[in-house]
Write a protein that binds this ligand. Structure first.
Ligand SMILES: [Zn+2]
Length: 443
């Protein structure tokens, strides 16, 4: 924020009314988001701006997403009213929950929205009175400080009705699968949904038992948000359609969903209701916990779908990668020294030698990676491969991330890459399968 002092009261003085904004000048309105509390400093929240009750034309087809500057900036006439539609409520078909509305007077306005975790927060995305800030150059503006709580995330996350779910599913969805998805939006009477597909000419009878688990992050950040009524219904119907359809095709009889829509935690795709996490699948005699934490756990030699052979090859790859990064750092330092003293032949020679070392290390790291990649492919469980391949081929699926492979765009031509369990998004997917649904009118 620019340096300035609080001017105490926001009551317009006659002088203020005349001098703050010259006649005909527009007021600047800046909303700034701080989502660092949930460890998501760059959370790409979808948004659309309404001016005097009308959503602006640039948001007609779809919302924009908050960028790395964390700001929504606009210029409006004095006396205007500005409000935001956020997250899945910013979808052009919804937009029922305007938030952080501000009545512009004659001064510029800045609104700082800071994410707040925890339960029992009572804020409602309605702004309180502003503080008048006067800068050293005499410019005055109204500053509002407000919060983004789990309850506000609930408010800005669209809750799908049974009718909407029915319309969002394509006409060719199998009738029993469609009925199962609709039952989630009825809502479900218990956290286990049993789906029975009777014998048909093409397939034998098949039962799927789908269980939904409570999510700690929901209960920790909302006042009242029961799983069946409020969480599962804020999750896009196509998430369930994709999962149930492909689970059936892969012969899965039992599966467990550990996360769906959620506020205040992790990626925007879950907060926008476009993601599902699955950590267990079963088919016939095969029971599969979708986890490989042992891979990057220094205290383990094998375990959780990781063989000792794979672990050794993985550790060897990490060792070679560490060697490569230190050789590259040395090479960069030597190159800089040689560049700074072009007349010094010994520095030039040292730089050449360091560059050669780095090249050798890069080859060794590549070789080690190839050796490990072969074992990933061999160790990929057939059931996992079948489910992943089927999900990835669907036009309504956008991302598939799991402990074996990561594919951030299943619709581009690039294949999934092995999950190296690097800190961050890779390691976060060492213990479940994540599915993101494609919905460009939200994200
Ligand atoms: Zn997920």
């Amino acid at each position: 924020m620019s340096a300035g002092i609080a001017a105490g009261s926001c009551t317009l003085t006659q002088a203020g009314a005349v001098t703050d904004i010259p006649l005909g000048r527009k007021c600047s309105v800046i909303y700034t988001f701080n989502t660092k509390a949930s460890d998501a400093a760059n959370l790409a929240i979808p948004y659309a701006v309404a001016l005097n009750g009308a959503v602006q034309p640039e948001y007609e087809d779809k919302p924009l997403s908050l960028g790395s500057d964390r700001k929504i900036k606009l210029k409006v006439a004095p006396g205007s009213k500005v409000a935001l539609y956020l997250n899945s409520d910013a979808h052009p078909g919804y937009r029922t929950q305007p938030v952080y509305a501000v009545q512009i007077g004659s001064r510029d306005v800045e609104v700082l929205i800071t994410e707040r975790l925890g339960r029992g927060n009572t804020e409602t995305a309605v702004l309180g009175p502003p503080t008048c800030i006067e800068e050293a150059n005499g410019r005055r503006f109204d500053k509002y400080d407000t919060t983004l709580t789990g309850d506000i995330w609930m408010k800005i996350s669209h809750r799908y009705t049974r009718e909407e779910a029915n319309e969002l599913m394509p006409a060719d969805a199998a009738p029993i699968t469609r009925a199962a998805v609709l039952s989630i939006f009825s809502p479900l009477p218990s956290p286990t949904l049993d789906i029975t597909f009777p014998t048909s000419q093409e397939k034998p009878a098949h039962t799927i038992s789908l269980t939904f688990h409570e999510q700690q992050s929901v209960n920790a950040n909302t006042s009242y948000c029961p799983l069946l009524q409020e969480v599962l219904t804020r999750t896009h119907p196509l998430c369930y359609l994709a999962l149930i359809t492909e689970a059936r095709a892969a012969g899965i009889t039992k599966l467990r969903v550990t996360s769906a829509w959620r506020p205040s935690f992790g990626s925007i795709v879950h907060r926008a209701g476009l993601g599902l996490d699955v950590d267990y699948v079963e088919s016939g005699g095969t029971q599969l916990s979708i986890a490989r934490r042992a891979l990057s756990d220094g205290s383990k030699q094998s375990g959780e779908n990781v063989t000792q052979e794979e672990k050794q090859l993985f550790d060897e790859m990490k060792k070679k990668q560490a060697e490569l990064s230190s050789k590259k750092a040395v090479a960069a330092k030597c190159a800089k020294a040689a560049e700074n003293s072009p007349a010094d032949a010994s520095l030039a020679e040292k730089s050449r030698a360091a560059a050669e070392d780095a090249k050798v290390a890069a080859n060794a790291a590549n070789k080690a990676k190839d050796a490990w990649k072969d074992t990933v492919d061999r160790a990929d469980p057939a059931l996992m491969k079948s489910l992943r391949t089927r999900l990835s081929a669907r036009p309504d699926v956008h991302q598939i991330l799991d402990p074996w492979y990561m594919d951030f765009d299943t619709q581009d031509k690039r294949p999934a890459v092995p999950n190296e369990h690097c800190p961050g998004v890779e390691k976060a997917h060492s213990n479940h399968l994540h599915i993101t649904i494609k919905e460009p009118r939200i994200l």
